[in-house]
Design a protein around this ligand. Structure first.
Ligand code: IMP
Ligand code: MG
Length: 176
């Protein structure tokens, strides 16, 4: 099987949209400081590009979670593989995600975060597949809504590869 990547959203379009979302965030956090939480590893590329465009003070922390369940379906029961370094008490938290699919992982994560008494919690995602949603999550900032296709690039992987692509693509398979 040969793998080929079809471009779904080109680099210039992704970058331009991140700029727009960053402007919205700059406005709504005016006079405050943002504590960004990146979800490893997929959320990292988007988080860096977003953070570079934010003009209010920003601090960063990271969390890594793994979902119990089979390879194709997340169960919603999440194990924390790497926890945050800093407490969240009183902070204005912005969770930065690569993609929201069923919503299971994220709703569990948001519950863990809210239990730590931040001043506020908002959610920002690069991609959203609304047609796949099983658990309702309130998304505050979405760069792109996409159809139900498996995408890679800009942090997203297929078998740990393609995270470094500077655009959003779809993996296609062909014989030979
Ligand atoms: P869920 O919302 O709990 O179903 O899981 C979301 C996670 O599944 C994301 O953080 C990604 O790691 C992964 N995921 C979902 N859809 C895709 C995709 O199209 N490409 C790559 N990873 C995906
Ligand atoms: Mg993720």
């Amino acid at each position: 099987m040969k793998e080929n990547i079809r471009v779904m959203i080109p680099e210039e379009q992704v970058d331009a949209r991140i700029q727009e979302i960053a402007e919205q965030i700059n406005k709504s956090y005016e006079g405050r400081q943002i504590h960004m939480i990146g979800v490893l590893k997929g959320g990292v590329f988007f988080m860096c590009e977003l953070a570079k465009r934010i003009r209010v003070p920003v601090s960063l922390d990271f969390m890594s979670v793994s979902s119990y369940g089979d390879d194709t379906k997340s169960s919603g029961v999440v194990r924390i593989v790497k926890d945050l370094d800093q407490p969240l008490e009183g902070k204005d938290v912005l969770v930065v995600e690569d993609i929201i699919d069923s919503g299971r992982t994220l709703s569990y994560l948001l519950q863990i975060i809210r239990d730590r008494n931040p001043a506020s919690v908002q959610l920002c995602t690069l991609l959203d597949k609304p047609s796949r949603r099983v658990v309702d999550v309130k998304v505050d900032y979405t760069c792109f809504e996409i159809p139900d296709e498996f995408v890679v690039g800009y942090g997203l992987d297929y078998a740990q590869r393609y995270r470094n692509l500077p655009y959003i693509g779809v993996v296609e398979f062909s014989e030979e």
